[in-house]
Structures are given as C-alpha cells and as structure tokens.
Design a protein around this ligand. Structure first.
Ligand SMILES: *[C@@H]1O[C@H](CO)[C@@H](O)[C@H](O)[C@H]1NC(C)=O
Ligand SMILES: *[C@@H]1O[C@H](CO)[C@@H](O)[C@H](O)[C@H]1NC(C)=O
Length: 300
C-alpha cells in the first residue's frame, strides 16, 4: 500500500529524527586528541572543553577526511600542526602560506589582539614585493631569500627562477601591526613564508620547517585550575568548564563530570550514576552502614 505523499514525507522526517537522535549512553563531549594532536589544557576540542579563555579561538573540526585542531582569528582559520605543552608553544601552518614546494599569493596573516597568543621566534620571508621596506627588512638575511628563490615553485608567483633578491624581505623577528596582522598589502608583497627552523643546512629550503610559532599564556587565575587539571588529566579525564561562572569540571571517559578527578569513579558506577545523583554520598553511606552493621554485630 502506497502512502499518500504528505504522510510518507512526514514518516521519513520522523525516521530521520529517530536516526539522528543521540544515543542514550552519554559519551564525553571533550576529547584528548584531535586528529594526530594531543589536546590538553588549556586547549579543548569544543565548547565546555579546555579553558574558557581559549575556547573562542580553538576548535576541532573535520575537513571531511581528517579532524584538525584549528585556530580561528579575524583573518582566517589556521590548522595547528603541533603543540608543545612544555614550552607553551604551538605551530600553525596557514593554508595560503608559501613553502619551497608550493608558492601562492597569500592574504594577510593575523591574530586577534585580545587572544592569548603571541608571535614567537618565527622568521617571516615576504615574497615578490614591489618595494623593499628599509624599516622591517633585514638585508643581512638576504641569503635566505636567495635560497628560497632557487625553489622551482617561484615561477607560480610570476617570478623567473633564481630571481634577484631585491623583491624579497626577511622580517626577523617578525611582528604584527596594530590590527594584529602581517600586512603584506601595505608592504606590496604577494606572498610570504614563515620558517620556525632552518634545520641543519640554512641554505637548503627543502628541509626548512615551515610554520608560524605562537606562544600561548594562561590567565592569571589559572594556578588552582592547573593543579586540579593536572590530577584530572592523569586520571584519564579531560579538563573543561561549565556554567555557572565557567567553573572547573573534569570530564571523564564515561561522560561523567566531576569537580575532582576520574579515579574516584569506576566505569560501572559512572554508568549507573550518570543519570541519578552524585555517587560520593552513596560510597560514604555504604561505608558507614557496613561499620554500623559491624558494631551491631559485635555487640550481639
Ligand atoms: C560535562 O561537561 C561538559 C563541559 O562543560 C558539558 O558539555 C557536558 O554537557 C557535561 N556532561 C554532563 C553529563 O553533565
Ligand atoms: C583534509 O586535510 C588533509 C591534511 O591537511 C588533506 O590531506 C586532505 O586532502 C583534506 N581533505 C579535504 C576534503 O579537504
């Protein structure tokens, strides 16, 4: 029997709703990895995860095939390729940045001035510039320009191979302008590359490590949270925050949230108590009732 069209559409709609509804067992919203990156405090994979100070800028999103940790700024979204938690440094690879193997025109690179990130020791090399600014270009690094201009890919920027270095500007230490941008247009440059390490051979651009290094800073009130977070992470949890007041929460693997750490709850209890009341009282009550039973028993 064929249903009249409106009814079948309605049915389909409900089927989709059913299929799309989340599973009843709670899965944690915060993850400790994103793609190949280990995600720890103050970074988080989504709202409620990591530090509230970092949340507006950091997300874990899929580009269709792969999860990537992204830094969002007023200029663009930059994939984060590595994080060093010991040196509080992260490395970005801006999608329109040039390297020895891909050269392209780039929009301005920028970071929000209010965000807890600052340019670290990166060497910016501005490419195909109409004028070479005497205030920012350090000509003692012109050998880097010569090396980079030997990459066959320079032709895609409209330059002949082994171009003279007078259209290249090494800006080191690189700085951002009052809007938080590496202003390529103001300097009349078509593109840029940023190098975090020149490797063993500074004249071999095929082995340079490309990317923009940023230092990040925690807020001033973070000491207590950092202590709580360390024990949360070592118990297998992920640090997060929740209203009211963005207070600290430790998000455990089973989806249970606690203000302490995950070692207090074994897996079964987590599932059992997830939807009911907090478990610590149960444990305490249980202990006391056994002690009471023991006392009564020994009295009899
Ligand atoms: C646990 O905390 C996270 C982060 O704040 C929140 O998104 C999630 O809804 C909480 N889960 C439960 C079960 O309360
Ligand atoms: C996703 O990103 C990876 C690594 O950057 C890339 O190799 C892949 O082609 C991207 N996929 C899509 C659909 O853009």
């Amino acid at each position: 029997m064929a249903l009249p069209p409106p009814l079948s559409t309605l049915l389909n709609f409900f089927m989709i709703l059913l299929l799309a509804s989340p599973p009843t067992a709670s899965t944690p919203v915060c993850h400790d990895t994103c793609g190949s990156i280990q995600v720890k405090y103050p970074f988080g994979t989504g709202p409620g995860c990591g530090s509230p100070l970092f949340n507006p800028y950091i997300t874990c999103t899929s580009n269709g095939t792969l999860d990537q940790l992204i830094l969002k700024t007023h200029t663009s979204s930059y994939p984060i390729t590595s994080i060093s938690y010991t040196t509080s440094t992260l490395i970005l690879t801006p999608p329109y940045m040039s390297t020895c193997t891909t050269m392209q025109t780039s929009p301005n690179f920028g970071i929000d001035l209010t965000a807890p990130f600052q340019i670290s020791s990166s060497t910016f090399i501005l490419l195909h510039c109409q004028v070479k600014s005497s205030t920012i270009c350090d000509t003692s690094f012109d050998y880097l320009c010569a090396s980079l201009y030997s990459c066959p890919e320079v032709v895609s920027l409209g330059m002949p191979l082994f171009s003279p270095t007078n259209t290249c500007c090494v800006y080191s230490p690189g700085n951002l302008d009052g809007k938080g941008e590496l202003n390529l247009r103001e300097n009349d440059c078509s593109g840029y590359t940023s190098v975090v390490s020149l490797g063993d051979n500074p004249t071999d651009p095929t082995h340079w490590v490309y990317g923009v290094a940023l230092k990040y800073t925690h807020g001033v009130f973070d000491d207590i949270v950092t202590t709580k977070c360390t024990s949360c992470e070592s118990s297998g949890g992920v640090c997060g925050y929740a209203p009211p007041g963005s207070g600290f929460v430790c998000v455990c693997k089973s989806g249970y949230n606690t203000s302490l750490d995950c070692s207090n709850y074994d897996q079964n209890q987590d599932f059992l108590w997830d939807s009911i009341s907090p478990p610590p009282m149960y444990n305490v009550g249980n202990v006391w009732s056994s002690i009471l039973a023991g006392i009564i028993f020994s009295l009899v």
